[in-house]
Design a binder for this molecule. Structure first.
Ligand SMILES: CC(C)(COP(=O)(O)OP(=O)(O)OC[C@H]1O[C@@H](n2cnc3c(N)ncnc32)[C@H](O)[C@@H]1OP(=O)(O)O)[C@@H](O)C(=O)NCCC(=O)NCCS
Length: 183
């Protein structure tokens, strides 16, 4: 995998997670704790420490090296703060050439079309640079914002999985969607 010059959009710079991001990642986690809690696995207190962020970033770099996952941050144009986070995860090669997409936007940036802007720039990268054929994204039925975002990006519903992921401590049903590369 050749990676990568940053991708720029009108409002953000997108680049792979880097070990130097620990402090800004910690700030992102801390200020979005309540915003993200309903949509993520349970986090213990250690998650909100610099050590944990350093560890996450080391794991991110290793996952990139192994072609397993590509965690990205969308930074403000000055490159100081994380505005949004997204990951092309669970990369499978061979006949599948597919991955899962996860994402979040800073609470103060929600409702501004920023996540859409970011993913509209990132998805062509996943298809053409990463060589993905299918990007899968799954959401809880009550996560209307996420469902609308995916629909606007062209993701199509493919199924419904009962008790699919443990979110905020509960095994939650998810709607399964995909975007397939338009060759
Ligand atoms: C899911 C999530 C990323 C969606 O964020 P979002 O800001 O609603 O998504 P978009 O970038 O598509 O923005 C759409 C909104 O911006 C508005 N908007 C404002 N300016 C816009 C512009 N220039 N272009 C497009 N939309 C614009 C749209 O009208 C829409 O608002 P509305 O939903 O109030 O009608 C966000 O809610 C989030 O981070 N949630 C917590 C984590 C999470 O759930 N992750 C996904 C798990 S599956």
């Amino acid at each position: 995998m050749s990676v990568l010059h940053p991708i720029t959009t009108p409002r953000a710079v997108l680049r792979l997670a880097d070990v130097a991001d620990a402090s800004r990642l910690l700030r992102y986690r801390q200020r979005n704790r309540a915003h993200l809690a309903p949509w993520e696995p349970l986090r213990d207190e250690a998650y909100y420490t610099l050590d944990h962020c350093v560890q996450t970033l080391a794991e991110s770099r290793e996952a990139i090296r192994l072609d397993r996952a590509y965690p990205f941050y969308a930074l403000d144009l000055s490159g100081q703060e994380i505005l949004a986070s997204f990951t092309f995860a669970n990369v499978v090669r061979g006949a599948f050439q597919a991955c899962h997409l996860g994402y979040s936007v800073d609470a103060h940036r929600q409702g501004q079309g920023l996540m859409r802007e970011v993913l509209e720039a990132a998805l062509p990268w996943a298809f053409h640079e990463l060589g993905m054929h299918r990007v899968m994204a799954n959401y809880m039925p009550r996560n209307e914002r996420s469902g609308q975002l995916l629909a606007r990006l062209g993701f199509e519903r493919e199924g419904y999985a009962k008790r699919y992921l443990q979110i905020a401590g509960t095994w939650e049903d998810h709607v399964l969607t995909s975007l397939i590369r338009d060759h």
